[in-house]
Design a protein around this ligand. Structure first.
Ligand SMILES: [Cu+2]
Length: 634
């Protein structure tokens, strides 16, 4: 058979092979990484709004002394829901969502390594969101903080299902996070475009790769701890019951073995955003690229050595506390190296101060403040004084909001034109920037002082005589301004989606491969697979990017490359859309929800899960629309 295919016909065939089914069926079955990521991000935005409203509600209650608009119980529920949502359902998922969207594009690929697994991750994550928020609508809200320490969360002190909902929600949303991390790590290792050696991997991809490895090491600890808690509560094991030989401190060790690294699982991707944005807007390659990669590696390793600083007040052996003090302070060094490299890049480049770069500058300032208060709390003697006060609340909001949310706002603005084909409004972007950054600092800086004055965390009110009233009022006004800025940011994104200026493929002059795809990218991302020979291909490869031909167009095919040199190894079929990930996720959700009511749910719940998985992996017949496949040379 001769080959009648012209380039135009080939392109059309390519579009058809990667297209989703139309309508609702396509919506439910899609495995397109960009559609899945967009869903993740929309869900996160909704949750940010809900958690922000909870925060505002709490700040209203604390604005003046002796307020009585909230009961202590409602206050407990509010901060528990706020914390659990932000740490488990927003921070890590949003970074994974950005990676699911960006990594294949930055690698010059057409899909993730496991497209169906990405769909499964999202549906399972959505199950977790519903599991926490639907009972909330009926007043069954976890009320023991985002960490739920036993014995308070044990069967004796927490009857009912509040703690169960929390524990099972954590266990299985972390399955979703693990699945996403495995997917991202495999994609980075084996699916880079030809020529993208380890030294040419973009910094955000490095950051996500390391964060994924950290996730794979850290999350099983928290899944184990919540499973043990559930077992204590439902089938009377005694893991955390001191009277029966169990140990509640074990809970804290396992929880923080995950909980501290989680800070860096959030911070590393944020640092990746910052590196990319600094590079683009300084219009030079990042100063100390290798040093930044190495310091990210150092952070990833050190992060596992300092969980005990969350337990300084527990009464552990002196030597242990000294060791963890040293480790906690040591982690500031690689963080400092990165900050130095960013500032050096900005100082030696010709920076252009568009909104994404403003976010980065706000990040650097805020993160340094958060780092300094971190050094203070990292010291065991000082921590004895400030632990469980507002000082700690101020510290971790500076680190998490300043260190992760600000870069995220910058990244959102930076990649928005790529995702939608339109620019966000600069004017409204700048107004919302100043409202959020100003309101945030007004809201959280006074909490350092309140903490030093001894105001404890998690109190629903305080008496006039303590003298905490004025600063609390300032904090509440600041938070309200920040929330208003957040609403404006989302309104700007929505308005720009319809009315924004058309962007073109590379509006910021970025250097990495995603800017070589059209905006928004088609389902198959790249018409031809790019080949790179530098770290900043769009800057150094002045003429058109070299491309690799020979991948099939009449079926979903991707190229698998070697781990170190990214030389092409083989072509592989990428799984087509399927309803199975959704069915499997529903089955898993039902299994976990059911397990709250009866341990037998683990037995009968396994049947629908098995059916879902069988459907997922059922071998499919190869179908070819244009005859047998042939290897074609470039
Ligand atoms: Cu920590």
């Amino acid at each position: 058979m001769s080959d009648p295919r012209t380039p135009a016909v080939e392109l059309r065939t390519l579009h058809v092979s990667w297209a989703d089914a139309p309508g609702i069926w396509g919506f439910l079955t899609t495995v397109d990484h960009k559609r899945i990521a967009a869903r993740y991000i929309l869900t996160v935005v909704l949750l940010l709004f809900l958690a922000g409203m909870l925060a505002l509600d709490m700040r209203l209650q604390l604005a003046m002394p002796d307020m009585e608009r909230m009961t202590p119980q409602l206050y407990n529920e509010s901060f528990s829901l706020h914390g659990s949502t932000m740490l488990f359902l927003v921070s890590v998922p949003v970074m994974e969502a950005m990676a699911i969207w960006l990594v294949p594009l930055m690698l010059g690929q057409r899909a993730l390594a496991f497209p169906r697994l990405a769909a499964f991750s999202y549906w399972l994550y959505l199950g977790g969101v519903l599991m926490l928020w639907v009972p909330h609508a009926f007043g069954i809200t976890p009320d023991l903080g985002w960490f739920e320490y036993p014995p308070l969360s044990g069967p004796a002190y927490s009857p009912g299902h509040r703690a169960d909902i929390w524990a099972q929600m954590i266990t299985f949303t972390e399955v979703a996070a693990l699945a996403a991390s495995v997917n991202i790590a495999a994609t980075v290792l084996k699916m880079r475009s030809p020529g993208m050696t380890l030294a040419r991997i973009p910094l955000f991809v490095w950051a996500m790769f390391l964060a994924s490895l950290m996730t794979i090491f850290a999350l099983p600890a928290v899944m184990m701890v919540t499973s043990m808690l559930i077992a204590d509560r439902l089938v009377s094991t005694q893991f955390f019951a001191a009277a029966a030989g169990g140990d509640p401190i074990l809970f804290q060790h396992l929880f923080w073995w995950f909980g501290h690294p989680e800070v860096y699982i959030i911070f590393l991707p944020a640092a990746g955003f910052v590196s990319v944005i600094v590079e683009t807007f300084s219009r030079r390659t990042l100063f100390g690229h290798a040093a930044v990669v190495l310091s990210m590696l150092a952070i990833a390793a050190l992060a596992f050595g300092l969980w005990v600083h969350h337990m300084f007040a527990v009464g552990l052996p002196r030597l242990g506390n000294d060791f963890y003090t040293a480790a906690s302070m040591a982690v500031a060094l690689p963080a400092g190296v990165q900050i130095f490299c960013w500032i050096a890049t900005l100082a030696s480049g010709r920076p252009r101060f568009d909104t994404p770069l403003l976010w980065v500058l706000a990040f650097i300032v805020t993160f340094v403040i958060g780092g300094l208060s971190g050094i203070m709390t990292a010291s065991a003697p000082l921590d004895q004084q400030v632990t469980d006060t507002y000082f700690v609340v101020a510290h971790f909001h500076y680190v998490l909001v300043g260190g992760a949310m600000f870069p995220l706002f910058g990244a959102f603005t930076y990649w928005y034109p790529k995702a939608t084909g339109r620019m966000m409004s600069e004017l409204w972007g700048k107004i919302s920037f100043w409202l959020i950054v100003g309101g945030f600092n007004l809201g959280f800086f006074p909490m350092h002082i309140l903490g030093l004055q001894g105001m404890p965390r998690r109190i629903y009110t305080y008496s006039e005589g303590m003298g905490w009233g004025p600063l609390n009022m300032v904090a509440s006004i600041g938070s309200a301004i920040a929330v208003a800025g957040g609403v404006l940011f989302v309104a700007n994104a929505a308005w720009s989606y319809f009315r924004g200026r058309a962007a073109g493929p590379n509006p910021w002059g970025g250097s990495t491969l995603e800017w070589a795809a059209p905006s928004p990218p088609p389902q198959h991302n790249f018409d031809a697979m790019p080949v790179v020979d530098s770290l900043t291909p769009l800057w150094t490869q002045k003429q058109e990017l070299a491309v690799m031909t020979g991948l099939a167009v009449d079926r979903r095919e991707v190229l698998v490359t070697s781990v170190v040199e990214a030389t092409p190894e083989y072509r592989q079929k990428s799984p087509p859309p399927s309803i199975a990930p959704l069915l499997a996720a529903i089955a898993v959700t039902i299994l976990f929800v059911g397990s709250i009511f009866t341990p037998w749910a683990l037995v009968w719940g396994a049947v629908p899960v098995a059916i879902g998985l069988t459907l997922w992996f059922w071998p499919q017949r190869e179908r070819s629309t244009t005859g047998p496949l042939r290897a074609r040379n470039r």
